[in-house]
Structure formats: structure tokens, C-alpha cells
Design a protein around this ligand. Structure first.
Ligand SMILES: [Zn+2]
Length: 183
């Protein structure tokens, strides 16, 4: 699911962090990054080898390592560090939404061994078939799309807003009364 991850992650991040300066472009990228890495490797290119679409990028080691690297290679207070921390947060929320801990051997990889547990019907065509036929997937995608559309209408629909968001700062205002509600 793509729109589900994008929308639900932004909603959770806005609710939890309430940071009007967070660069949501990086959060959006992080929210789908584990799938962007693992699915092409595990479902398409090397399905015969791994037999699963959940590999390293769906283990908790991935965002923790990424976070450590970000702290090492970026300077405090820079927009690059802020952005990359947003990316790592997006990855954490992806694992949360995937309930990644439900497959402990993958989530805690490599602590249970180096091999990833195979997942039945995790090849590209099976995943695609499920995406197109499962009503739960459609509901999730619709919910994600609806939330993103609401954000756009409410905060980015004035001429120039969308360009500013994508090309400059990735900011979306928080609701004025952010104590009691998110949107
Ligand atoms: Zn995933």
C-alpha cells in the first residue's frame, strides 16, 4: 500500500510531534522507503533467493542504523539533519503500520539468524494481485488519499503553496487550535 503509508504516516507524525517546521517531504519518502528497497529486491529481482518481500529495510536495525549515521554525518541545527531525521521517523512509522514485529525473525534481523523467513505468495505478481483484489487494501489507499487531499485543500491549495512545499521547505501548518485536535 502506498497512499495508505504516505497519508497515515503524515497524520501520525503531525499528531505525535506537532512540529510545524518538520520537512514532510523527507517523512513522505521515509514512509515508503522500506517497500522501495525490499520489494524490488525480495519480490522481483531475487525472489528465488529470499522468498520474501520483507528484508533488511523492514528490520528495526535499519532505522536505528540510519539514525546513527544521520547523527554522525550531519551537523546539529542544519536543515539536512532535520530532513534526514524526518526520513528516519518515516521509516519507523512504516514498520509500525506494517506491524513488522509480527514477523520477529525479520523485525529483529539479524538477532535470530541471518536468514529472512520466507513469506507465502510474496512474489511480485502475487503481491500485485492482492493489491488489486483485496478490499482492505483499497480502503487503506482511499483513507490515505482522502487525508492527503484534505491536507492539500486546507493548507496547500493557494497558488504557490504546493510549489513552496515541494521545492522549498516541505512545511504544512498545524491547525491553529493544535492543543485539542490535529486537523
Ligand atoms: Zn512495508
Amino acid at each position: 500500500m502506498i497512499l495508505w503509508h504516505l497519508g497515515a504516516t503524515v497524520l501520525i507524525v503531525r499528531y505525535v510531534f506537532r512540529d510545524p517546521d518538520m520537512d514532510l517531504r523527507w517523512v513522505l519518502l521515509g514512509s515508503i522507503m522500506p517497500d522501495l528497497i525490499d520489494k524490488p529486491i525480495g519480490s522481483v529481482l531475487f525472489h528465488d533467493t529470499f522468498g520474501t518481500h520483507r528484508l533488511f529495510a523492514h528490520s528495526i536495525v535499519f532505522p536505528i542504523t540510519a539514525f546513527a549515521v544521520v547523527l554522525l554525518v550531519t551537523r546539529r541545527g542544519t536543515s539536512r539533519r532535520r530532513g534526514l531525521i524526518g526520513l528516519v521517523i518515516g521509516v519507523f512509522v512504516h514498520l509500525l503500520l506494517d506491524a513488522a514485529w509480527a514477523t520477529p525473525e525479520a523485525f529483529w534481523w539479524p538477532f535470530f539468524g541471518w536468514k529472512f523467513p520466507t513469506v507465502f505468495e510474496s512474489d511480485f505478481l502475487s503481491l500485485l494481485g492482492r493489491m488489486l483484489s483485496d478490499p482492505i487494501v483499497w480502503l487503506g489507499e482511499a483513507a490515505g488519499a482522502a487525508y492527503l487531499a484534505m491536507l492539500w485543500r486546507r493548507y496547500l491549495s493557494v497558488t504557490g503553496d504546493l510549489r513552496r512545499f515541494w521545492q522549498e521547505d516541505g512545511r504544512i501548518d498545524l491547525p491553529a487550535d493544535s492543543q485539542s485536535s490535529v486537523e
